[in-house]
Design a protein around this ligand. Structure first.
Ligand code: XMP
Length: 434
């Protein structure tokens, strides 16, 4: 890592990531570390230009007050102390309440006091990572489960740049993908990976396992377990793989309370791979926030639509085809979702709305078509905005757009005779229906 680094030491404040973000927004790299980091560990990081102690002296964890180690003050690095101020700090700041003022103090600290250089950008990040990955991996092979989501796609693109065909990607189609999704993943990477891109069509296997299962949690469990089983079977077929790449990102690391966890048995992260399948982990995005992952994808030349796509749950359309999954309703979810996405893109709403999709419940209602009675399923449209997916509000879609989508779904999607718009915020409803 060549970039200057401002450390945020974690004294239990919930604002650590906000501060690290603000520093990065100034173009300077910032990392969060535990409060008890030693002076030697800070020296080993090599490019630290300053330290922010966030949370003051009187933080209590399990009944004990915690503080940073005294020795870090003797490193000769500027220290900014936030809230209950430390007497040894170079500067202190008590007003996180006022965002603008806080940012001014932070900017002065980073540039005037620490003399840090604004050299944190994705071009430098990619260059650094490519060198680091080449050093870590050498001439060995790396395996990646390529779902086609933003994180795994960016990891793939970065590894292709670093090690080319030493990367083997396995894409498992569980039959619950959106329309043309697997085809899109293959098209995006087949030129670079050729035979190193393994496509597994496991649709029938997944649908078989899900037959007769209607309880949402059980459906999720089956899909998750089966995914690991298929991936494991494919991994066993491959020879000489030493590394497993994962799209772990910074919030995952910060939330788990540790910064570095490089050589961990893969099952800790993939969630269930057996002990005898041991790999060393490669997690090249572990320093990045989500928007930085996207910027990295753009830097690597991935298409804009791919990098800025909405989130999609692991169990896919399986949690949007309510109750027991049946082929006709699953197709209705897939086709109506495709229409919704097409019309949202045409209206520019794809840039504005955080998540939008359709749901098909497992009941029918009476309708009429060409003067004949129908008895078919409804499609429910959901479109929500949120910051962190913990709460969500409803996007007030303009009437003509909703009417056009309704018209298309009723006329183009088989087995559907009604369209509803879900007005429930979260809390109230969750974002997904299952
Ligand atoms: P809920 O329904 O809990 O969803 O309000 C919050 C967000 O999480 C997504 N979601 C998932 N993402 N695996 C994922 O990767 C899952 O099993 C899963 N379940 C829900 C959901 O789409 C929404 O964005």
């Amino acid at each position: 890592m060549k970039q200057d680094n401002i450390l945020v030491l974690d004294l239990g404040s919930s604002e650590n990531t906000t501060i690290a973000r603000w520093v990065r927004d100034l173009g300077v790299y910032s990392e969060i570390h535990p409060h008890d980091i030693t002076a030697q560990q800070i020296k080993d990081l090599q490019t630290v230009r300053g330290i922010i102690i966030n949370g003051g002296k009187n933080n209590i964890i399990d009944g004990e007050a915690i503080d940073v180690l005294e020795e870090i003050y003797s490193l000769g690095l500027p220290v900014l102390s936030v809230e209950h101020p430390s007497t040894q700090a170079t500067k202190s700041l008590d007003a996180w309440g006022n965002e603008e003022e806080s940012k001014v103090v932070l900017k002065e600290f980073v540039f005037d006091t620490c003399k840090a250089e604004a050299n944190w950008n994705m071009k430098n990040f990619v260059e650094d990572q490519v060198a680091l990955l080449r050093k870590q991996i050498g001439d060995k092979k790396v395996l990646l489960a390529l779902s086609g989501g933003v994180d795994s796609s960016v990891v793939a693109a970065l590894l292709i740049k670093a090690i080319g065909k030493q990367l083997v990607c396995v894409h498992v189609n569980h039959g619950l993908m959106r329309k043309n999704e697997s085809e899109g993943v293959i098209a995006m990477f087949e030129k670079d990976l050729e035979e190193n891109l393994v496509y597994v069509d496991a649709s029938e296997r997944f649908l078989g396992k899900l037959k007769g299962v209607s309880e949402p949690e059980e459906k999720r469990k089956i899909i998750g377990n089966e995914f690991i089983r298929v991936f494991e079977e494919e991994a066993r077929k491959l020879d000489g793989i030493d590394f497993l790449a994962q799209g772990t990102i910074y919030p995952d690391i910060v939330e788990s309370g540790t910064k570095t966890h490089k050589v961990v048995k893969s099952h800790h992260n993939v969630g269930g791979l057996p002990d005898d399948l041991q790999f060393e982990l490669v997690e090249p995005l572990f320093q990045l926030f989500k928007d930085e992952v996207r910027a990295c994808g753009v830097e690597l030349g991935l298409p804009h639509d791919m990098v800025y796509r909405q989130p999609f749950p692991g169990p896919g359309l399986g949690v949007r085809c309510l109750g027991e999954i049946e082929i006709d309703r699953l197709e209705a979810v897939r086709e109506s979702d495709a229409i919704l996405r097409e019309e949202f893109a045409a209206a520019g709403l794809d840039q504005k709305v955080w998540q939008y999709f359709t749901v098909v419940p497992n009941f029918k209602s009476v309708g009429v078509r060409n003067n004949e009675r129908t008895y078919e399923y409804p499609v429910i449209i959901r479109a929500v905005n949120t910051i962190d997916a913990m709460t969500a509000t409803i996007e007030p879609i303009e009437w003509p757009i909703l009417l056009k989508i309704t018209d298309r779904i009723i006329n183009e999607v088989k087995h559907v005779n009604r369209v509803c718009y879900d007005l429930s915020p979260k809390p109230g409803g969750t974002i997904e229906w299952e």
